[in-house]
Design a binder for this molecule. Structure first.
Ligand SMILES: Nc1ncnc2c1ncn2[C@@H]1O[C@H](COP(=O)(O)OP(=O)(O)O)[C@@H](O)[C@H]1O
Ligand SMILES: O=C(O)[C@@H](O)C(=O)COP(=O)(O)O
Length: 445
Protein backbone atom coordinates (compact mmCIF):
# COMPACT_ATOMS: atom_id res chain seq x y z
CA UNK A 1 0.00 0.00 0.00
CA UNK A 2 0.96 3.61 -0.55
CA UNK A 3 2.72 5.03 2.54
CA UNK A 4 1.08 8.42 2.66
CA UNK A 5 -0.31 9.73 5.93
CA UNK A 6 -3.85 10.90 5.27
CA UNK A 7 -4.88 11.51 8.85
CA UNK A 8 -5.30 15.09 9.86
CA UNK A 9 -6.81 16.55 12.95
CA UNK A 10 -9.37 19.08 11.85
CA UNK A 11 -10.79 22.13 13.43
CA UNK A 12 -14.48 22.66 13.88
CA UNK A 13 -14.71 25.28 11.19
CA UNK A 14 -13.30 22.89 8.60
CA UNK A 15 -15.70 21.21 6.27
CA UNK A 16 -18.75 23.06 7.56
CA UNK A 17 -20.71 25.22 5.11
CA UNK A 18 -19.46 28.77 5.50
CA UNK A 19 -22.29 30.91 6.74
CA UNK A 20 -20.25 33.66 8.32
CA UNK A 21 -21.49 37.08 7.46
CA UNK A 22 -25.02 35.91 6.71
CA UNK A 23 -27.12 37.92 9.08
CA UNK A 24 -30.21 35.96 8.14
CA UNK A 25 -28.75 32.70 9.42
CA UNK A 26 -29.28 31.86 13.05
CA UNK A 27 -29.26 28.58 14.92
CA UNK A 28 -32.67 26.92 15.02
CA UNK A 29 -32.03 23.39 16.28
CA UNK A 30 -29.29 21.85 18.36
CA UNK A 31 -29.25 18.11 18.20
CA UNK A 32 -27.58 15.84 20.75
CA UNK A 33 -27.17 12.36 19.25
CA UNK A 34 -26.32 9.38 21.44
CA UNK A 35 -24.20 7.65 18.80
CA UNK A 36 -22.30 8.48 15.64
CA UNK A 37 -24.40 6.70 13.02
CA UNK A 38 -27.50 8.21 14.62
CA UNK A 39 -25.83 11.60 14.25
CA UNK A 40 -25.15 11.20 10.53
CA UNK A 41 -28.70 9.89 10.08
CA UNK A 42 -30.30 12.88 11.80
CA UNK A 43 -27.93 15.41 10.21
CA UNK A 44 -28.84 14.06 6.80
CA UNK A 45 -32.58 14.17 7.58
CA UNK A 46 -32.44 17.79 8.76
CA UNK A 47 -30.24 18.84 5.87
CA UNK A 48 -32.65 17.12 3.51
CA UNK A 49 -35.42 19.40 4.77
CA UNK A 50 -33.44 22.47 3.77
CA UNK A 51 -31.53 23.63 6.85
CA UNK A 52 -27.80 24.15 6.72
CA UNK A 53 -26.44 21.49 9.05
CA UNK A 54 -23.13 21.05 10.83
CA UNK A 55 -22.02 17.80 12.45
CA UNK A 56 -19.41 17.75 15.20
CA UNK A 57 -18.16 14.79 17.24
CA UNK A 58 -18.20 15.18 21.01
CA UNK A 59 -19.11 18.26 23.00
CA UNK A 60 -16.77 21.10 22.04
CA UNK A 61 -13.79 21.25 24.34
CA UNK A 62 -12.66 24.45 26.03
CA UNK A 63 -14.18 27.62 24.66
CA UNK A 64 -14.26 26.41 21.06
CA UNK A 65 -17.38 27.82 19.39
CA UNK A 66 -19.86 25.65 17.57
CA UNK A 67 -19.94 26.06 13.80
CA UNK A 68 -22.42 28.52 12.36
CA UNK A 69 -25.33 26.62 10.88
CA UNK A 70 -29.09 26.49 11.25
CA UNK A 71 -28.84 23.01 12.73
CA UNK A 72 -25.89 21.81 14.76
CA UNK A 73 -25.64 18.09 15.51
CA UNK A 74 -23.34 17.04 18.33
CA UNK A 75 -22.54 13.34 18.12
CA UNK A 76 -21.82 11.60 21.42
CA UNK A 77 -20.95 7.99 22.14
CA UNK A 78 -23.26 7.87 25.14
CA UNK A 79 -25.85 5.22 24.33
CA UNK A 80 -24.13 2.44 26.25
CA UNK A 81 -22.18 4.50 28.79
CA UNK A 82 -22.97 4.29 32.50
CA UNK A 83 -25.94 6.60 33.00
CA UNK A 84 -24.14 9.29 35.01
CA UNK A 85 -21.52 9.63 32.27
CA UNK A 86 -24.16 9.80 29.54
CA UNK A 87 -25.99 12.54 31.46
CA UNK A 88 -22.78 14.51 32.08
CA UNK A 89 -21.80 14.39 28.39
CA UNK A 90 -25.29 15.40 27.28
CA UNK A 91 -25.30 18.33 29.70
CA UNK A 92 -21.90 19.43 28.36
CA UNK A 93 -23.35 19.35 24.85
CA UNK A 94 -26.39 21.33 26.03
CA UNK A 95 -24.13 23.97 27.61
CA UNK A 96 -22.41 24.45 24.23
CA UNK A 97 -25.81 24.79 22.52
CA UNK A 98 -27.05 27.26 25.11
CA UNK A 99 -23.86 29.32 24.78
CA UNK A 100 -24.40 29.42 21.01
CA UNK A 101 -27.95 30.72 21.50
CA UNK A 102 -29.64 27.61 20.10
CA UNK A 103 -33.35 27.90 21.03
CA UNK A 104 -34.41 24.24 20.98
CA UNK A 105 -32.74 20.91 21.61
CA UNK A 106 -33.48 17.64 19.87
CA UNK A 107 -32.24 14.51 21.63
CA UNK A 108 -31.57 11.90 18.94
CA UNK A 109 -31.72 8.26 19.99
CA UNK A 110 -32.20 5.15 17.95
CA UNK A 111 -35.37 4.48 15.98
CA UNK A 112 -35.41 1.15 17.82
CA UNK A 113 -35.16 2.99 21.16
CA UNK A 114 -31.87 1.18 21.93
CA UNK A 115 -31.28 1.26 25.67
CA UNK A 116 -29.05 -0.54 28.10
CA UNK A 117 -30.72 -2.39 31.00
CA UNK A 118 -30.51 0.75 33.12
CA UNK A 119 -31.48 2.99 30.20
CA UNK A 120 -29.99 6.37 29.37
CA UNK A 121 -32.83 7.95 27.38
CA UNK A 122 -34.99 8.70 30.43
CA UNK A 123 -32.22 10.14 32.64
CA UNK A 124 -30.73 12.23 29.80
CA UNK A 125 -34.16 13.64 28.95
CA UNK A 126 -34.83 14.41 32.63
CA UNK A 127 -31.52 16.25 32.92
CA UNK A 128 -32.14 18.23 29.74
CA UNK A 129 -35.71 19.10 30.81
CA UNK A 130 -34.17 20.69 33.89
CA UNK A 131 -31.30 22.34 31.97
CA UNK A 132 -33.53 23.85 29.27
CA UNK A 133 -36.42 24.72 31.59
CA UNK A 134 -38.81 22.88 29.26
CA UNK A 135 -42.16 21.81 30.73
CA UNK A 136 -42.35 18.44 28.98
CA UNK A 137 -40.53 16.45 26.33
CA UNK A 138 -42.32 15.10 23.29
CA UNK A 139 -40.81 11.71 22.35
CA UNK A 140 -41.22 9.77 19.12
CA UNK A 141 -38.77 7.19 17.74
CA UNK A 142 -40.71 6.68 14.48
CA UNK A 143 -38.66 6.70 11.27
CA UNK A 144 -41.01 5.51 8.50
CA UNK A 145 -38.30 5.81 5.84
CA UNK A 146 -36.62 2.90 7.60
CA UNK A 147 -39.79 1.05 8.55
CA UNK A 148 -40.08 2.22 12.18
CA UNK A 149 -43.58 3.25 13.23
CA UNK A 150 -45.25 3.86 16.60
CA UNK A 151 -48.89 2.95 17.18
CA UNK A 152 -50.63 3.11 20.58
CA UNK A 153 -47.16 3.50 22.04
CA UNK A 154 -45.87 0.28 20.47
CA UNK A 155 -42.82 0.44 18.25
CA UNK A 156 -42.83 -1.63 15.07
CA UNK A 157 -39.84 -2.57 12.91
CA UNK A 158 -41.37 -3.25 9.52
CA UNK A 159 -44.24 -5.64 10.18
CA UNK A 160 -43.19 -6.87 13.61
CA UNK A 161 -43.16 -5.37 17.10
CA UNK A 162 -39.69 -4.26 18.24
CA UNK A 163 -39.35 -7.15 20.72
CA UNK A 164 -39.88 -9.67 17.91
CA UNK A 165 -37.39 -7.98 15.57
CA UNK A 166 -33.67 -8.89 15.37
CA UNK A 167 -33.09 -6.08 17.91
CA UNK A 168 -33.91 -8.60 20.63
CA UNK A 169 -30.44 -10.05 19.98
CA UNK A 170 -28.39 -6.82 19.98
CA UNK A 171 -25.04 -7.44 21.71
CA UNK A 172 -25.22 -4.32 23.91
CA UNK A 173 -28.82 -3.11 23.88
CA UNK A 174 -31.16 -6.08 23.41
CA UNK A 175 -34.73 -4.80 23.10
CA UNK A 176 -37.28 -7.19 24.57
CA UNK A 177 -40.25 -4.87 25.09
CA UNK A 178 -42.04 -3.02 22.27
CA UNK A 179 -44.02 -0.54 24.36
CA UNK A 180 -42.20 2.79 24.30
CA UNK A 181 -44.25 4.28 27.14
CA UNK A 182 -43.38 1.30 29.34
CA UNK A 183 -39.71 1.36 28.30
CA UNK A 184 -39.47 5.07 29.09
CA UNK A 185 -41.42 4.75 32.35
CA UNK A 186 -38.78 2.25 33.51
CA UNK A 187 -36.07 4.83 32.89
CA UNK A 188 -37.61 7.82 34.67
CA UNK A 189 -39.52 8.52 37.86
CA UNK A 190 -41.34 11.38 36.09
CA UNK A 191 -44.83 10.80 34.62
CA UNK A 192 -45.01 9.39 31.09
CA UNK A 193 -48.13 9.71 28.91
CA UNK A 194 -49.22 8.76 25.39
CA UNK A 195 -50.33 11.14 22.64
CA UNK A 196 -52.16 8.57 20.57
CA UNK A 197 -52.70 8.46 16.83
CA UNK A 198 -56.29 9.82 16.72
CA UNK A 199 -55.02 13.07 18.25
CA UNK A 200 -52.07 13.22 15.83
CA UNK A 201 -53.90 12.25 12.65
CA UNK A 202 -56.42 15.10 13.00
CA UNK A 203 -53.74 17.79 12.80
CA UNK A 204 -51.52 20.07 14.85
CA UNK A 205 -54.33 21.90 16.68
CA UNK A 206 -55.86 18.63 17.95
CA UNK A 207 -52.43 17.34 18.94
CA UNK A 208 -51.64 20.58 20.80
CA UNK A 209 -54.98 20.45 22.64
CA UNK A 210 -54.43 16.85 23.75
CA UNK A 211 -50.85 17.62 24.75
CA UNK A 212 -52.10 20.48 26.91
CA UNK A 213 -54.51 18.08 28.64
CA UNK A 214 -51.74 15.55 29.25
CA UNK A 215 -49.49 18.24 30.66
CA UNK A 216 -52.26 19.50 32.91
CA UNK A 217 -52.48 15.94 34.26
CA UNK A 218 -48.77 16.16 35.11
CA UNK A 219 -47.07 14.43 32.16
CA UNK A 220 -43.36 15.29 31.76
CA UNK A 221 -42.62 12.81 28.95
CA UNK A 222 -45.17 12.43 26.16
CA UNK A 223 -44.65 9.54 23.74
CA UNK A 224 -46.36 10.29 20.44
CA UNK A 225 -47.69 7.84 17.88
CA UNK A 226 -46.61 8.30 14.27
CA UNK A 227 -47.18 5.84 11.46
CA UNK A 228 -46.17 7.94 8.47
CA UNK A 229 -44.39 11.11 7.40
CA UNK A 230 -47.69 13.03 7.59
CA UNK A 231 -47.93 12.29 11.32
CA UNK A 232 -44.34 13.42 11.76
CA UNK A 233 -45.04 16.67 9.93
CA UNK A 234 -47.92 17.33 12.36
CA UNK A 235 -45.72 16.51 15.34
CA UNK A 236 -42.92 18.65 13.87
CA UNK A 237 -45.28 21.61 13.76
CA UNK A 238 -46.23 20.99 17.39
CA UNK A 239 -42.57 20.50 18.37
CA UNK A 240 -41.62 23.88 16.89
CA UNK A 241 -43.00 25.52 20.07
CA UNK A 242 -41.06 23.22 22.40
CA UNK A 243 -37.65 23.70 23.95
CA UNK A 244 -36.91 19.98 24.15
CA UNK A 245 -37.96 17.22 21.79
CA UNK A 246 -36.65 13.66 21.56
CA UNK A 247 -36.74 10.97 18.91
CA UNK A 248 -35.12 9.48 15.83
CA UNK A 249 -34.46 11.09 12.46
CA UNK A 250 -38.17 11.10 11.47
CA UNK A 251 -39.42 13.67 13.96
CA UNK A 252 -36.25 15.74 13.49
CA UNK A 253 -37.10 15.96 9.78
CA UNK A 254 -40.69 16.97 10.64
CA UNK A 255 -39.39 19.66 12.98
CA UNK A 256 -36.91 20.93 10.40
CA UNK A 257 -39.68 21.16 7.81
CA UNK A 258 -41.89 23.08 10.25
CA UNK A 259 -39.07 25.50 11.05
CA UNK A 260 -38.53 26.16 7.39
CA UNK A 261 -42.17 26.79 6.62
CA UNK A 262 -43.20 30.41 6.62
CA UNK A 263 -39.70 31.84 6.74
CA UNK A 264 -38.61 34.29 4.08
CA UNK A 265 -36.83 32.45 1.26
CA UNK A 266 -33.53 34.26 1.88
CA UNK A 267 -33.40 33.06 5.45
CA UNK A 268 -32.16 29.61 4.60
CA UNK A 269 -29.17 28.32 2.80
CA UNK A 270 -30.04 25.50 0.47
CA UNK A 271 -29.49 22.00 1.77
CA UNK A 272 -27.78 20.81 -1.33
CA UNK A 273 -26.42 23.76 -3.25
CA UNK A 274 -24.67 21.62 -5.83
CA UNK A 275 -24.60 17.86 -6.16
CA UNK A 276 -21.23 16.80 -4.83
CA UNK A 277 -19.30 14.10 -6.63
CA UNK A 278 -19.05 10.88 -4.63
CA UNK A 279 -15.72 10.42 -2.90
CA UNK A 280 -12.96 8.52 -4.63
CA UNK A 281 -9.72 6.76 -3.71
CA UNK A 282 -8.49 3.66 -1.87
CA UNK A 283 -11.26 2.19 0.26
CA UNK A 284 -12.04 -0.22 3.07
CA UNK A 285 -15.06 -1.53 4.96
CA UNK A 286 -14.93 -2.07 8.72
CA UNK A 287 -17.86 -3.79 10.40
CA UNK A 288 -18.56 -4.20 14.11
CA UNK A 289 -22.33 -4.24 13.88
CA UNK A 290 -23.90 -7.67 14.41
CA UNK A 291 -27.31 -6.69 13.03
CA UNK A 292 -29.10 -8.95 10.59
CA UNK A 293 -28.72 -6.37 7.83
CA UNK A 294 -24.99 -5.89 8.44
CA UNK A 295 -24.49 -9.67 8.31
CA UNK A 296 -26.23 -9.70 4.92
CA UNK A 297 -24.13 -6.78 3.69
CA UNK A 298 -20.96 -8.58 4.78
CA UNK A 299 -22.02 -11.74 2.98
CA UNK A 300 -22.61 -9.72 -0.18
CA UNK A 301 -19.27 -7.87 0.07
CA UNK A 302 -17.26 -11.01 0.88
CA UNK A 303 -18.09 -12.33 -2.56
CA UNK A 304 -16.27 -9.46 -4.25
CA UNK A 305 -13.54 -8.19 -1.93
CA UNK A 306 -10.84 -9.76 0.26
CA UNK A 307 -12.10 -10.12 3.79
CA UNK A 308 -10.61 -10.82 7.23
CA UNK A 309 -12.71 -11.75 10.25
CA UNK A 310 -11.64 -10.66 13.71
CA UNK A 311 -12.22 -13.29 16.37
CA UNK A 312 -12.76 -11.68 19.79
CA UNK A 313 -11.01 -14.58 21.57
CA UNK A 314 -7.95 -14.24 19.31
CA UNK A 315 -7.90 -10.50 20.02
CA UNK A 316 -6.91 -11.25 23.62
CA UNK A 317 -3.50 -12.17 22.12
CA UNK A 318 -1.54 -8.91 21.71
CA UNK A 319 0.06 -10.28 18.53
CA UNK A 320 -3.28 -10.61 16.75
CA UNK A 321 -3.49 -6.93 15.85
CA UNK A 322 -0.08 -7.15 14.12
CA UNK A 323 -1.36 -10.09 12.12
CA UNK A 324 -4.42 -8.08 11.09
CA UNK A 325 -2.24 -5.15 10.04
CA UNK A 326 -0.03 -7.52 8.02
CA UNK A 327 -3.13 -8.95 6.32
CA UNK A 328 -4.27 -5.42 5.46
CA UNK A 329 -0.85 -4.59 4.01
CA UNK A 330 -0.95 -7.71 1.88
CA UNK A 331 -4.45 -7.14 0.51
CA UNK A 332 -5.32 -3.45 0.49
CA UNK A 333 -3.29 -2.48 -2.56
CA UNK A 334 -5.61 -3.94 -5.18
CA UNK A 335 -9.02 -2.62 -4.16
CA UNK A 336 -11.39 -2.34 -1.20
CA UNK A 337 -10.92 -4.75 1.70
CA UNK A 338 -13.37 -5.82 4.39
CA UNK A 339 -12.42 -6.35 8.04
CA UNK A 340 -15.28 -7.45 10.29
CA UNK A 341 -16.04 -8.94 13.68
CA UNK A 342 -19.78 -9.26 13.14
CA UNK A 343 -21.34 -12.58 14.11
CA UNK A 344 -24.78 -14.05 14.68
CA UNK A 345 -26.05 -14.34 18.28
CA UNK A 346 -25.15 -18.08 18.39
CA UNK A 347 -21.62 -17.47 17.08
CA UNK A 348 -21.04 -14.68 19.62
CA UNK A 349 -21.87 -16.86 22.60
CA UNK A 350 -18.43 -18.46 23.10
CA UNK A 351 -16.49 -15.20 23.38
CA UNK A 352 -19.17 -13.37 25.33
CA UNK A 353 -19.42 -16.30 27.75
CA UNK A 354 -15.66 -16.30 28.36
CA UNK A 355 -14.90 -12.57 28.27
CA UNK A 356 -18.23 -10.95 29.12
CA UNK A 357 -20.29 -8.78 26.76
CA UNK A 358 -18.66 -5.45 27.59
CA UNK A 359 -15.08 -6.74 27.36
CA UNK A 360 -15.79 -8.50 24.07
CA UNK A 361 -17.23 -5.28 22.65
CA UNK A 362 -14.25 -3.28 23.96
CA UNK A 363 -11.73 -5.64 22.38
CA UNK A 364 -13.54 -5.58 19.04
CA UNK A 365 -13.99 -1.80 19.00
CA UNK A 366 -10.31 -1.28 19.85
CA UNK A 367 -9.16 -3.69 17.13
CA UNK A 368 -11.37 -2.09 14.46
CA UNK A 369 -10.28 1.40 15.53
CA UNK A 370 -6.60 0.43 15.31
CA UNK A 371 -7.21 -1.18 11.92
CA UNK A 372 -8.88 2.04 10.74
CA UNK A 373 -5.84 4.05 11.86
CA UNK A 374 -3.54 1.70 10.00
CA UNK A 375 -5.62 1.87 6.83
CA UNK A 376 -5.82 5.66 6.86
CA UNK A 377 -2.12 6.05 7.70
CA UNK A 378 -1.43 3.93 4.66
CA UNK A 379 -3.46 5.86 2.16
CA UNK A 380 -7.09 4.78 2.47
CA UNK A 381 -9.36 7.74 1.61
CA UNK A 382 -12.83 6.15 1.90
CA UNK A 383 -13.99 4.20 4.93
CA UNK A 384 -17.34 2.47 5.22
CA UNK A 385 -18.05 1.68 8.87
CA UNK A 386 -20.94 -0.50 10.04
CA UNK A 387 -22.23 0.09 13.55
CA UNK A 388 -22.86 3.05 15.83
CA UNK A 389 -20.53 2.11 18.70
CA UNK A 390 -18.01 0.93 16.14
CA UNK A 391 -18.20 4.27 14.31
CA UNK A 392 -17.70 6.13 17.60
CA UNK A 393 -14.56 4.12 18.35
CA UNK A 394 -13.15 4.67 14.84
CA UNK A 395 -13.94 8.39 14.60
CA UNK A 396 -12.34 8.83 18.04
CA UNK A 397 -9.20 6.91 17.05
CA UNK A 398 -8.85 8.95 13.85
CA UNK A 399 -9.10 12.19 15.82
CA UNK A 400 -11.88 13.55 13.63
CA UNK A 401 -14.00 16.19 15.30
CA UNK A 402 -16.27 17.43 12.52
CA UNK A 403 -17.46 16.38 9.07
CA UNK A 404 -19.41 17.79 6.16
CA UNK A 405 -22.55 15.78 5.35
CA UNK A 406 -23.03 14.77 1.72
CA UNK A 407 -25.23 12.53 -0.42
CA UNK A 408 -27.25 9.69 1.08
CA UNK A 409 -26.34 6.30 -0.36
CA UNK A 410 -29.36 4.66 1.30
CA UNK A 411 -32.01 6.16 3.61
CA UNK A 412 -30.22 7.57 6.66
CA UNK A 413 -26.74 6.69 5.41
CA UNK A 414 -24.95 9.76 3.98
CA UNK A 415 -21.34 10.11 2.89
CA UNK A 416 -19.50 12.51 5.16
CA UNK A 417 -16.14 14.18 4.62
CA UNK A 418 -13.59 15.21 7.21
CA UNK A 419 -11.02 17.93 6.73
CA UNK A 420 -8.18 16.64 4.61
CA UNK A 421 -10.70 14.78 2.46
CA UNK A 422 -11.13 11.48 4.29
CA UNK A 423 -14.62 10.22 3.35
CA UNK A 424 -16.63 8.26 5.92
CA UNK A 425 -19.86 6.35 5.45
CA UNK A 426 -21.02 5.66 9.00
CA UNK A 427 -23.79 3.11 8.68
CA UNK A 428 -26.32 2.28 11.32
CA UNK A 429 -26.30 -1.46 11.92
CA UNK A 430 -29.85 -1.84 10.69
CA UNK A 431 -29.77 0.46 7.68
CA UNK A 432 -29.03 0.05 4.00
CA UNK A 433 -29.69 -2.51 1.29
CA UNK A 434 -27.74 -5.81 1.17
CA UNK A 435 -25.40 -4.43 -1.54
CA UNK A 436 -24.70 -1.16 0.32
CA UNK A 437 -20.96 -1.69 0.86
CA UNK A 438 -20.17 -2.55 -2.72
CA UNK A 439 -22.57 0.00 -4.21
CA UNK A 440 -21.26 2.84 -2.02
CA UNK A 441 -17.71 2.13 -3.10
CA UNK A 442 -18.54 1.67 -6.77
CA UNK A 443 -19.80 5.26 -7.02
CA UNK A 444 -23.06 3.98 -8.52
CA UNK A 445 -26.26 5.62 -7.21
N1 LIG B 1 -18.25 -11.13 17.43
C1 LIG B 1 -18.67 -10.27 18.35
N2 LIG B 1 -18.99 -10.68 19.60
C2 LIG B 1 -19.43 -9.81 20.51
N3 LIG B 1 -19.56 -8.48 20.32
C3 LIG B 1 -19.24 -8.01 19.09
C4 LIG B 1 -18.79 -8.87 18.07
N4 LIG B 1 -18.58 -8.14 16.97
C5 LIG B 1 -18.87 -6.88 17.31
N5 LIG B 1 -19.26 -6.79 18.57
C6 LIG B 1 -19.65 -5.56 19.31
O1 LIG B 1 -21.05 -5.35 19.15
C7 LIG B 1 -21.32 -3.96 19.24
C8 LIG B 1 -22.21 -3.58 18.05
O2 LIG B 1 -22.69 -2.30 18.26
P1 LIG B 1 -22.71 -1.21 17.12
O3 LIG B 1 -21.35 -1.00 16.55
O4 LIG B 1 -23.37 -0.01 17.71
O5 LIG B 1 -23.62 -1.87 16.01
P2 LIG B 1 -25.16 -1.54 15.66
O6 LIG B 1 -25.14 -0.29 14.85
O7 LIG B 1 -25.65 -2.73 14.94
O8 LIG B 1 -25.88 -1.28 16.97
C9 LIG B 1 -19.98 -3.24 19.21
O9 LIG B 1 -19.63 -2.80 20.50
C10 LIG B 1 -19.02 -4.33 18.73
O10 LIG B 1 -17.71 -4.14 19.20
O1 LIG C 1 -32.32 5.92 14.42
C1 LIG C 1 -31.67 4.98 13.97
O2 LIG C 1 -32.13 3.85 13.77
C2 LIG C 1 -30.21 5.21 13.67
O3 LIG C 1 -29.96 6.55 13.39
C3 LIG C 1 -29.34 4.89 14.85
O4 LIG C 1 -29.48 5.44 15.92
C4 LIG C 1 -28.29 3.96 14.57
O5 LIG C 1 -27.78 3.26 15.70
P1 LIG C 1 -27.03 1.89 15.42
O6 LIG C 1 -28.04 0.89 14.95
O7 LIG C 1 -26.40 1.50 16.72
O8 LIG C 1 -25.99 2.13 14.37
Amino acid sequence: MKQEPARARITRADGIPALQGREDVRPLIGCIADDHTGATDVASAIRGRGLSTALVFGPPSGDRPLPEAEAVVIALKSRTLPTQEAVALSLAAQRALTAAGVPRTYVKYCSTFDSTAEGNIGPVTEALLAATGAGAALACPAAPANGRTVYRGHLFVGDVPLAESPMRHHPLTPMTDSDVTRLLARQTAEPVALLSRPHVATGADAARARLAELRAEGARHVVADAVDEGDLDVLGEVARDHRLVTGAAGLAAGLAAALRTGRPPGAYSTADPEPEPDPDGPAAVLAGSCSTMTLRQIEHARAVMPSRRLDPLELTDPGELDRVRAWVDAHAGAGPVLVYASQSPEERRAAQGRLGTAETARLVEHALAETARHLVDNGVRRLVVAGGETSGAIVGALGIDAVRVGREVDAGVPWTTAAGGLALLLKSGNFGAPDLFTRALSGRP
